[in-house]
Design a protein around this ligand. Structure first.
Ligand code: CP
Length: 295
């Protein structure tokens, strides 16, 4: 196991299967697990979060550990302290791990040079969101069993999405084929390969995929408005119940969902929507990661 978890690429296939199996075992467990007793984990989120921050903090507490959250709005960052100095000072207090989120790609890799404890990446710019990819894989594994041979379409603002980047790597290593469905201005720069295909319309993939992951348009990462309007975008790329019909497709989204832009209300209510299951599974994936990197 590597010291830090900065990207899915830090994990071997064996690590990935071990984390998925551990997370599923934790979900099914009835006994209390105190693997993080006497451990302190610090969360430093320079960028907003609902799911990742809360689920990491719940995961630490479910494992009997303690959390210290650095509230960036009250930290000395606003007095001009650099990110590296912030991390070095927190590290000097000897936490057992630091979980970080930042709007800049590579923030976790940069900070790893200034600390002695493990760093776990809770999302950095458009670069990586490894724990999200793992919880997405767990959600699909619980539904399908073996993921090998399954097909997933990732739909939307792919080029600006760290969820897409991490998912593309992880899902393909688990034997899945990934379709990237987006208008040209949102399409990935990855080259097509045997298990990575690009297309411009949902109609091209609807009859061959097992899962669709919709993405939010990442307006905070656009330097200028690169599409007409969200309504125009939704007409072509919103995952509606009418569009899915009676197909046996599960629908995922990392959140936050732009309702009726990314996925419509009716599809979100449908039992094929796994959006809240993803959130629940995120706690168990983060528990499994904390046990391996901290416990
Ligand atoms: N999926 C995800 O990263 O959500 P948050 O931004 O709320 O953490």
């Amino acid at each position: 196991m590597p010291k830090h978890l900065l990207s899915t690429k830090d994990l071997s296939l064996q690590d990935i299967y071990a984390i998925l199996d551990e997370a599923i075992a934790l979900k099914n467990a009835t006994d209390i697990d105190n693997s993080l007793k006497d451990k302190i984990v610090t969360t430093i989120f320079f960028e907003n979060s609902t799911r990742t921050l809360s689920s990491f903090e719940i995961a630490v507490k479910r494992l009997g550990g303690k959390v210290v959250r650095l509230d960036i709005s009250k930290s000395s960052t606003l007095k001009g302290e650099s990110m590296a100095d912030t991390a070095a000072n927190i590290n000097a207090m000897k936490p057992n791990a630091i979980i970080i989120r930042h709007s800049e790609a590579g923030a976790g890799n940069y900070l790893a040079r200034y600390v002695t404890c493990p760093i776990i990446n809770g999302g950095d710019g458009a670069h990586a969101h490894p724990t999200q990819a793992l919880l997405d894989a767990m959600t699909m594994k619980l539904h399908f069993g073996d993921l090998s041979g399954k097909k997933i379409a990732i739909v939307g603002d792919i080029i600006n999405s760290r969820v897409a980047t991490s998912g593309i790597d992880l899902f393909r290593r688990l034997g899945m084929t990934v379709f990237l469905v987006a208008p040209p201005h949102f399409q990935s720069l990855f080259n097509e390969e045997e298990n990575l295909k690009k297309c411009e319309s949902l109609e091209e993939i609807l009859d061959c995929v097992d899962a669709i992951m919709s993405l939010r348009t990442q307006n905070e990462r656009h330097n200028y408005q690169i599409f007409g309007s969200l309504k125009d975008y939704a007409q072509k790329f919103c995952i509606t119940k009418d569009l899915i019909g009676n197909r046996n497709i599960i629908v995922l989204h990392p959140g936050p969902v732009h309702r009726n832009i990314d996925i419509d209300d009716e599809m979100l209510k449908d039992e094929r929507s796994k959006v809240l299951s993803q959130v629940s599974n995120g706690v168990f994936i983060r528990m499994a990661i904390l046990k391996r990197f901290v416990g």
